[in-house]
Ligand binder design. Structure first.
Ligand SMILES: NC(=O)C1=CN([C@@H]2O[C@H](COP(=O)(O)OP(=O)(O)OC[C@H]3O[C@@H](n4cnc5c(N)ncnc54)[C@H](OP(=O)(O)O)[C@@H]3O)[C@@H](O)[C@H]2O)C=CC1
Ligand SMILES: Nc1nc2c(c(=O)[nH]1)N=C([C@H](O)[C@@H](O)CO)CN2
Length: 240
């Protein structure tokens, strides 16, 4: 019997996470995604052989429930991609204490607890199958900050720091890397003025799309010599 070694993508029911889940499933990986909100898309994913698990990381119980389910059902993991995220601004939140807690809960607390809990599962396949992977989806603003998404940016900086700590702790059996995008995909509600302004922030001035992050994920999974590093997908914004 072959040992099941799924790769988990959190928040994989839409946008970048969805593109990644479908691409990796097509490539032959066993894929698990987590979602919060039920949606039509999930049926299609299940038909593609992608397991969809409902998980809400906004509180400790939700994180613990998810950990317990995976530990009960699997003996090893090929990887975990921490993609689940909420991009919220101070403007949209009257209570900034709650905003900071919310941002750190999903972007730092959940990945931290899940990584520690899954260390054994991630290391289990090393002798037979080689290194496993953890990928943190951070953000360009983790390094540069953001005057409109202060709590969000700080939490992505926290996640960026987890990358180097876990790279040290889990080597050589698990590689731990980050992907730091800037504008890859607009949101539905983004108007023309916002889109124009956002595109002007980078040198390449394009909305790169979800395949840009799929390419980065595939590179990291196939790499045998990168850990504790970040792939920046930002169109040269740092030079604009
Ligand atoms: N899109 C872009 O241009 C950029 C993206 N990034 C980063 O890349 C990653 C993917 O981006 P994108 O696809 O736009 O992400 P989305 O904003 O579409 O969020 C992805 C998913 O995260 C899930 N999620 C949010 N909060 C929680 C929670 N508390 N518990 C469980 N799941 C949760 C949501 O699930 P549900 O819908 O089921 O509630 C959502 O579908 C994110 O980490 C993002 O910060 C960084 C810079 C730019
Ligand atoms: N969880 C999310 N994080 C981010 C999103 C998003 O849609 N969901 N979008 C962005 C923007 O594209 C920003 O990079 C534009 O400069 C950032 N993070």
């Amino acid at each position: 019997m072959t040992t099941r070694m799924p790769i988990i993508i959190t928040g994989g029911a839409q946008r970048l996470g969805l593109a990644c889940a479908q691409a990796l499933a097509e490539q032959g990986y066993e894929v698990i995604i987590t979602y919060r909100k039920n949606r039509e898309q999930l049926k299609t994913l299940e038909e593609q052989g992608i397991r969809c698990i409902q998980a809400d990381f906004s509180n400790q119980a939700g994180v613990d429930d998810f950990i317990a389910l995976i530990q009960k059902e699997y003996q090893s993991l090929r990887g975990v991609i921490h993609n689940a995220s909420e991009w919220e601004s101070e403007e949209a939140h009257s209570d900034t204490a709650i905003l900071m807690e919310k941002m750190w809960q999903v972007h730092v607390f959940a990945p931290y607890r899940i990584n520690l809990a899954f260390e054994g599962l991630l290391c289990a396949g090393f002798e037979q199958h080689g290194m496993a992977d953890i990928i943190h989806m951070t953000d360009y603003v983790a390094e540069k900050g953001s005057d409109k998404h202060i709590a969000y940016a700080s939490s992505k900086a926290g996640l960026a720091n987890l990358t180097v700590s876990f790279a040290k702790r889990f080597a050589p059996k698990v590689k731990v890397n980050a992907i730091a995008p800037s504008l890859l995909m607009f949101n539905e509600g983004d108007d023309e003025e916002y889109r124009k302004k956002a595109l002007s922030k980078s040198l390449l001035r394009i909305e790169a799309g979800d395949q840009e992050s799929v390419l980065a994920v595939k590179y990291i999974l196939e790499s045998r010599y990168m850990t504790g590093r970040t792939l920046s997908l930002d169109g040269g914004r740092h030079l604009a």
